[in-house]
Each structure stands twice: as structure tokens, then as C-alpha cells.
Design a protein around this ligand. Sequence first.
Ligand code: NAD
Length: 498
Amino acid sequence: MNTIGHLINGALITEGQTTLPVYNPATGNVATQADVASAKTVNEAVRLAKEAYPAWRNTPPIRRARIMQKFLQLLEENADTICEMIGHEHGKIKHDAMGELQRGIENVEYACGIPTLLKGEHSRGVGPGIDAWSEFQPLGVVAGITPFNFPVMVPLWMYPLAIACGNCFILKPSERDPSSTLFVAQLLQEAGLPPGVMNVVNGDKGTVDALLDNKDISAVSFVGSTPVAESIYSRASAAGKRCQALGGAKNHAIVMPDADLDNAVSQLLGAAFGSSGERCMALSVVTAVGDNTADALIAKLKEKMTDLRVGACNDNNNDFGPVITGAHRDRVVRLISSAETQGADVVVDGREPLVAGFESGFFVGATLIDRVTPKMESYKEEIFGPVLQVVRVDTMADAMQLINDHEYGNGTCIFTRDGEAARYFSDHIEVGMVGINVPLPVPVAYHSFGGWKRSFFGDLSAYGPDGVRFYTRRKTITQRWPSEAVREGVSFSMPVMK
Ligand code: NAD
């Protein structure tokens, strides 16, 4: 069986000690296996990255940008292969994998602008003959730890920008679908990156722990579930590392009585069930304002949901694929059942879908649950499956209260034709990324991505302008070249400009 190894100092290696199975979730069979990097391998990768750092840091930003341009070209040329790899291990249908890749590519495009992004700030004449400027210097060796649900896009949120800023990078991808992540990193190597600048170590918690314990890692970017995000943030911060840790979500949409319902229904279907609901920005709860809105919405959703196609990645006509593992499918089914037991109404039931030819796959069909209440387990937990829950509320204020009271605050959206209501919503909602008639308000690569509350631990969000700040540190230089005209004597008072 093929074993997915590690990319260290420009070479592929495997340890051959411990491996983890990687499934094809459409068939339920083990497709390949991931080698697990021990602390020894992780430390060696960090040592080699540290060795590569001085030369890379001193490489002019325009040369770093040229490598990113070549990387862009290779990503485009290899798009089909990358998307097939995503499909076989994640289960994502090709049209969706192409979308993931494109959103990743946009982060590489942003990184190509690094000479401009690192220009710094300059003030002439802050005192007599004195100039001051701030520049943004790289941190050294930085690490990224990424989730299964976007094996290409989320790593591309991190390392192109970190490397363009002059850092060396160690990536620990998800052990559930590591092939496409490793392949894409190899393309960056092929684009002309010096050995040791980009490294990939595969593995699980033990591999992550080795990264967190290594004193030569200056910063950690994490994306994954909230309990892990919180523990990584605490541990990295306690060790003096800079950390941004993005966690889970429970994204609500508000459907107002004046909304264009047909449009809202189309948008909700894609945002709730696309990628089997395994997106941190998936809309998993609709708060319908008024019973009339809820009844009409549910009738339309129910009708449209009969056309949805769940199946394997090899058929591009499918709307979405399986969930990632058998254990995860069982959890999603259990949460649907718990809502039913606690009094909710399962309007469309996807617990036992029939997918001809793929009977052992990890499939869950699109599910719609009405009359969900905030006390239910299915409402509190992130389900991360193709399940849309409806909570009926009387007013927009009630809907906003629900959202603001929820522990997560990643994304949200309002469907309305009322500009005043939309403005009030975006002003007062306690969520980091807000859509107005836009169901998946994932910021474009030249903004930054970050939730609020327990969806995010840290200060600077991911990618875009915050990403540049995260992967660099400010140095401020104040300079005077003393001359006869400007020469001061001894002074023991705090220097001021008189
Ligand atoms: P996960 O937390 O299980 O794993 C994420 C990464 O952490 C993986 O690389 C994994 O190997 C590692 N890991 C797992 N347990 C660990 C532990 N105890 N200690 C150290 N490392 C550990 O997440 P997942 O199941 O791969 O991804 C799904 C989750 O990610 C969902 O909660 C989803 O909302 C979230 N997510 C969030 C965002 C965001 O931007 N906020 C984006 C994508 C996914």
C-alpha cells in the first residue's frame, strides 16, 4: 500500500514506524496510509528549516514573489490531479474541489504582491535631522496545523504568505486526507523554493505536540475544532509562541418576512449541504422570523431537497459527497436522532440514504429539521454534516439574541430586502464574518478571515492584511546622522520635540 510520507529539506521521506489509515469515504475502504512523524523527525525538520532561514530571509521579496508566480502556474496546470486527490480522500465532488482550489489560489495571488505588502512606514523629520520608519521582519520558523475539510485551501491560507514574508514553514496536515496537501507542497518545491523553506510532517496529536514543544518554532497557525484550537492556543502562548487558532462554528441565517424566499432557499441549500455541511462557514441553522415565513420556507426547502444528489466524487452531477469517516457519519445520525427524541420535527430525513454502488460509503443525505430549540443538543453542538435546522422566532431581535448568545461566532447571514434591518444586523451582531443576502461570507484573499467568541483564539485573523502582520514583527528604527548644524548636548530628560 502507498504510504504518504513527509517533505523535509526538499526530499520525501518516510519513517516506517507508525502509520494511520486514510479512507476513501465513498467506498468505506482504506485507500492509503499516512506515515506518522515522531518527535525526532519533527525536530530534524525544524533544525533544517532554521538552517535555511537566514538565506531565505535575505532573499529579496521580488524573488520570493517570482517563486509564488511559478507556483500559481503549477497549481493551475495540476488542477485536475489535485481535485481528484481531494475527492478520493475527502469525498468532495470535483466542482466543489475546484472551488476550494480556486479560493486557495487566490491566497497565492495575494502573496505574489509581497514586495508591496512589506513596504513599511516612513516618517521624515520626526525631530531635527531625525527620520523614523517601521519595517516588518519575518519571525523565523513558523508552523501550521490544518483540518481535514479543506486539505488544499486552508494550508494555502497559511504558507504562501508566511514564506513570502521570509519565514520557513512546517505544515502538519490532517491525517485523514493528507495526499493532496503533500502534493501541493511538492509543487511549491518544484517552483524553485530552496530546500528547507517549506516542509510537511504528517501525523497526529503526537506530531503536533512535538511542534509545540520545539523552542525554535516562533509562531503557530491552527485551524480545526474548538477544543483543540483552545488547547493549542494555551500551550503555544505559554511557550511564548505567537498563535492564531481558528475553531468550530454554528452559523445561523436569519430569514426575514420580506426576504426573496426563492433566492433564500437556493442560497440556503448550497450553504447548508455543499461539501456535506463540512465547512466551518456552512449555514446550519435558519432562524425564520414569524410562523408564516417558517412555513413557506420549509415548504420550498422540502420541495427542492428532493432533487439533491448525494454520491461519490467521480460523478460531477452529484451535489455533495460522503462525510469524512464512519465514526463521523454515526455522530451526525445520532445528533439528528437526538433532536427528534427531544421534540423536533425531522421534515426531510437523510439518515439512511441509498447510494447505488457505494453501499459501504460514509453517506448522510440532506436533512431538514423543524422546531429546533436552543436547549437541544443538536442546536448547541457543531454537527458538521448535511443537516439544516430551523428555529422559529417571533422577531428579528429574538433571532439576533439567539445568535449573540451562541458560544460560536464564525459566520452569519441575513436574508432581507430592508436595508435598515440589514445595517442594524451587521452593526450589532456578535459574529466575525457577516453576509447580507450572501450565505457564505468567506472573506476574499485580500481581506482577512476570523470568527469571534469561541470560533477564534488569538488577535490577528488568518490571511490577507492580518496574515502579513501575523507572519512578521514590526521593527521601528529612529535614525540621526549627527552634523555640525544639528548636535545636541547631554540631556537627562525624556527626549521630546519642542
Ligand atoms: P480537528 O481539530 O480534529 O483536527 C485539526 C488538526 O489538529 C489536525 O491536523 C489534527 O491532526 C490535529 N489534532 C487533532 N486533535 C489534536 C489534539 N488533541 N492535539 C493536537 N492536535 C490535534 O479538526 P477536523 O475534524 O480536522 O476539522 C473540522 C473542524 O475544523 C470543525 O470544527 C470546523 O469547524 C473546523 N474548521 C474551522 C475553520 C475556521 O476557519 N474557523 C476552517 C475549517 C475547519
